[in-house]
Design a protein. Structure first.
Length: 129
């Protein structure tokens, strides 16, 4: 259908139809913006990710030195109770926290000489020294 035929059928002028169809002009319908679906999250965290719930629902606070010491102790106990080299996902299930919190705590324990590791990336396993 041409614009002239559309104008004849609608009773409007061609310029009114063009003005209506152009975005940003008066009378024009604006296209609704595309919506992005929110990505599902398995944890809740603060803006800087220092307090979070793990998949097990255990809340961890590592903002203070006391909180970090308590979390490090929990991580050490979890490695000790495993009795064999253990991966980070198993540790997170038992002690909670985010992957970054766990990795940071393990690095502190490694620097202190309490924990050792073997392997790389997802194959990394932690054990007591």
């Amino acid at each position: 259908m041409t614009l002239s035929e559309l104008a004849d059928r609608s009773g409007k002028s061609v310029s009114q139809i063009i003005a209506w169809a152009l975005p940003g002009k008066s009378g024009a319908k604006k296209a609704s913006p595309a919506r992005k679906a929110a990505a599902p999250t398995s944890r809740s965290s603060t803006s800087n990710g220092t307090s979070a719930k793990a998949s097990g629902g255990k809340s961890v606070n590592t903002r203070t030195p006391e909180g970090r010491a308590k979390y490090d102790s929990a991580v050490y106990d979890a490695v000790q109770s495993a009795g064999k080299p253990v991966g980070s996902s198993a540790l997170r299930k038992s002690v909670g926290g985010t992957p970054l919190q766990l990795r940071t705590a393990l690095n502190r324990l490694i620097e202190e000489g309490k924990v050792t590791y073997e392997g790389k990336a997802r194959a990394t396993r932690y054990s007591l020294r």
